[in-house]
Design a protein around this ligand. Structure first.
Ligand code: GLN
Length: 283
């Protein structure tokens, strides 16, 4: 039996895609040897000790059975921050950075300390990315899940943002103890229809169902958020939501019904409609 456990042979011997194997092996190196990822190359003849080897085998098996990389290494980069993630929260997706860009543009235009609401914050991704990039803003972030709020709290502390991001537990606006008016309201709610086959694919199989699907046709949370937004927006305030690739027409309609103005559809880098924003009338 081969006892060759050098980094090079572990990488060449795995059936995982190389980019994934490298992320997991770099994680093991960092944890057991405090070595940077570059050691995969510069020390490719290094042998792993038995504990490190066991962890690598364990991670390799879990990944082969489909567990998301982000859960295995406990982190995911999002916009300009890194977030701790665990199975109680949705793994932040690059497409959600559209909401960050929309919000940061608006905050810059306002040119005064703005207050922001992030509904259904999960890991805290949206709230914390904005607080990180816009040092003047105050953010309120809600979630129904206490498990998610615990994770979001850890992230706020790790990022040194606890003083400007406040968390509240509850369903959508119900999490707010009183009616407060915000400059910008954002949400990436669950929008996948119950029974959609995507729920049985890839990372989604391991993520909390309550963060992915509304358990109905996909639009019910988006409808709640948009139809009830008015009292929570300042005059001229902006609301922006992420949605599924085929939902933008429905969201535009919901915003029209809610009498929002300047309704805009935003596309992701792949050209898919991914978010819609609308503005409360200025008078
Ligand atoms: N964007 C995620 C996906 O399609 C879904 C996230 C959500 O439901 N908000 O994988």
């Amino acid at each position: 039996m081969s006892t060759n456990t050098t980094l090079r042979s572990l990488l060449s011997g795995t059936t995982l895609p190389q980019n994934e194997a490298k992320i997991l092996l770099a994680f093991v190196l960092e944890k057991h040897y405090q070595l940077p990822r570059s050691a995969l190359l510069s020390r490719d003849e290094m042998e792993l000790n038995p504990q490190a080897l066991e962890q690598w085998r364990n991670l390799e098996l879990k990944r082969l059975s489909g567990e998301p990389i982000a859960y295995l290494v406990g982190k995911r980069g999002f916009h300009e921050i890194e977030l701790y993630v665990a199975p109680g929260v949705l793994i932040p997706r690059p497409e959600t950075e559209i909401l960050i860009e929309i919000a940061l543009r608006e905050i810059q235009k306002l040119n005064r300390p703005a207050n922001i609401l992030d509904l259904g914050t999960g890991s805290g991704a949206i709230a914390l990315a904005i607080a990180h990039s816009a040092p003047q803003v105050l953010v309120t972030a809600t979630d129904q899940s206490l498990e998610a709020l615990a994770i979001a709290n850890i992230n706020a502390e790790q990022l040194g943002l606890s003083n400007r991001v406040q968390f509240a537990q509850g369903s959508w606006y119900g999490a707010l103890k009183e009616v407060i008016q915000f400059d910008v309201i954002l949400s990436n709610p669950p929008y996948i229809a119950a029974g959609d086959t995507h729920l049985n694919e890839g990372d989604l199989r391991f993520e909390p169902a309550s963060a992915l699907t509304d358990g109905a046709g996909g639009l019910s949370c988006l409808e709640t958020i948009i139809s009830q937004v008015d009292p929570y927006l300042k005059l001229g305030g902006l609301v922006a939501v992420e949605h599924g690739f085929d939902q933008s027409e429905a969201i535009v309609n919901l915003m029209k019904v809610a009498q929002l103005e300047e309704i805009q559809v935003h596309r992701d880098l792949a050209g898919h409609c991914r978010a819609v924003s609308g503005r409360k009338s200025k008078s």
